[in-house]
Design a protein around this ligand. Sequence first.
Ligand code: HEM
Length: 484
Amino acid sequence: MEFELFITPLLFLMLFLFSIFLLFRGKKYPDRLPPGSLGLPVIGQSLDLLKALKADKVDKWFLKGITKHGPIWKASLFGYPTVVVHGPTANKFIYTYDGNILTSTQPPSISRIMGPKNLFELAGHDHKRVRAALASFLKLEVLKQYATKVDQEIQHHLQTHWHGKHEVQVQPLIKTLTFNVICSLLFGIEKGTKRDKLLPHFQHMMEGLLAIPINLPFTQFSRGIIARSKLVPMLIDLICEKREALEEQKQEANPHKDLITSLLGIGNDDGSTNLSDEEIIDNIILVMIAGYDTTSILLTFLVRLLATNESIYTTIICEQEEIAKSKAPGEALTWEDLTKMKYTWRVASEMLRINSPVSLSFRRAMQDIEYGGFIIPKGWQVLLSQSMTHMNNDIFQDPTVFDPTRFEKHAPQPPPFSFVPFGAGPRMCPGIELAKMETLAMMHRLVTQLTWELVKKDESFKRNPMPEFDQGLLVRIKSNIYAI
Ligand code: HEM
C-alpha cells in the first residue's frame, strides 16, 4: 500500500531525495550497518516483498534474506532504508523499546484519512493517555457485560444475511457484521438508518486507505478523504448527543454505556476532560478500522477450515452443542458461555498462528539505535514479521501443520514474544477481548444453526495487505440445522 506513494512524480522525487539523504546518514557507520543491499533508492526490494505478500509467502521472503545475509539484514522498502529482523528476541526488542525512539508513525496518506491524533501516530505520554482511555472500555471486566449484546447482533445478522440463502460470500458479510458490532457496542449506534448511513462513508475510507494516494477527483484516495470529511460531522453530532445525555443523567449514567460515553466521562483531577473531541474522533475512526478487517478475516478462515476439516468440525460442534443444550431456545449467550468454548478458541489461536491477519509490523527509528551488534540509523525503518516467527520450526514443530493441540493447557507454552498475532508490549492490540468475544459467539451460532460447503474447493486469497478471498469465500448453505 505504501509503495503506491511512488506514483506521482513529485512525490517520487521527494522520496528519492529523502531516501538518498537517509542512505547518507547510514554512511556514518559504514562498518556497523547490517549486511544486505539497499538496491535502487526508493524502490529497493519493495516489489519483491509486495509479491511475497500477495502470494502469502512473507515467511519465505524473510527466509531468503536470512539465508543470504544472516539473521539481521538491510533492505530498502517503501521508500525507506530498512533493517529487517525476526524471531522472539527481535520481537521483544521492537515491541518493548522506548516508543518515543522507535515509533509506529504511518505514511502521511494514511494519517490524512485516519486523522493525526489516532493512536498509531501518538507516542510517549499522549499514546499512554489515549490508549488508557480506550483500554478502560475494551478491558475484559467491562466487555463481559456485552456478550449478550454481541450475540444478539450476530443472531440478527445470520437471520438477515444467511438463513434462507443458497450461497453467500462469507468475507464481505462478516465484515458487515464486525462493523455492526463495533457501531452498536462501541459507539452505541443500534441498527437503523443512522448506522446504514455511516457504512458507505466508512467503506470509502477503508478503500481510500488502501488506494494510490493521489488526491484528484474520482480517485479512491480522494473518495476516502471526502468520506472522512462527511463522517467527521456525523461523529461530532454523535459526541454532542452523548455529552448531553451524560450531563442530563449524571447520577444514574452508566459510564461504560459505550466507548464514546466512556471516553467523554474520563476526567482529569481539575475537572477537565481527558481527551479532546479531535482525539475522540480520530480514535473512533481508528477503532472502526482496526477492528473491522482483522476479526472478519479470522472468522472467514475459520468458516473455510470447518468446511474442509471434518475432525475439527466434529470436535467444535460437540463443544458448542453441549453449550446450546444448557440454554433455553432463543436464550442469548453470556460471558460464562463463552468461557466454556475452550477448544473453539484453541482452533482460533492456531488459525491466528498460521494465518495471522497482521503479518508485518513496521517501526521508525527517531534516533540511532543499536541492535544485535548493528546500528539502526535515525530515520530508518525496522520491519518484523509475525508470520515468520509463527512459521519457525524451532518454536512450533511442523509449523505448516494445523494443530490446535499446541494451545492445550498442558502443552509446552510457546516462549515469550513467539506467538504474537496481537503484537506485544505497550502497543499490543487492545481489542483482543472483543475479537475473542465476536469470534466465539459467531462460531457458536454458525455451527449450531447452519451447515455449509465451499463452492470452490481451492478458492485462493491474496494479501492486499490483509487477506482477500478472490470471490469473498463463496459457500453453499447446505441446511439450517434448526429454524430460529
Ligand atoms: C483478530 C483480531 C485482531 C488482530 C489479529 C489484531 C492485531 C493487532 C496487532 C498485531 C496490533 C499491533 C500492531 C503493531 O504493534 O504494529 C494491533 C493494534 C491495535 N488494535 Fe488490533 N487486532 C484485532 C482486533 C482488534 C479489534 C476488535 C480492535 C478494536 C476494538 C482493535 C484495535 C486495535 C488498536 C486501537 C490498535 C493500536 C494499539 C496501539 O497502537 O497502542 N484490534 N492489533
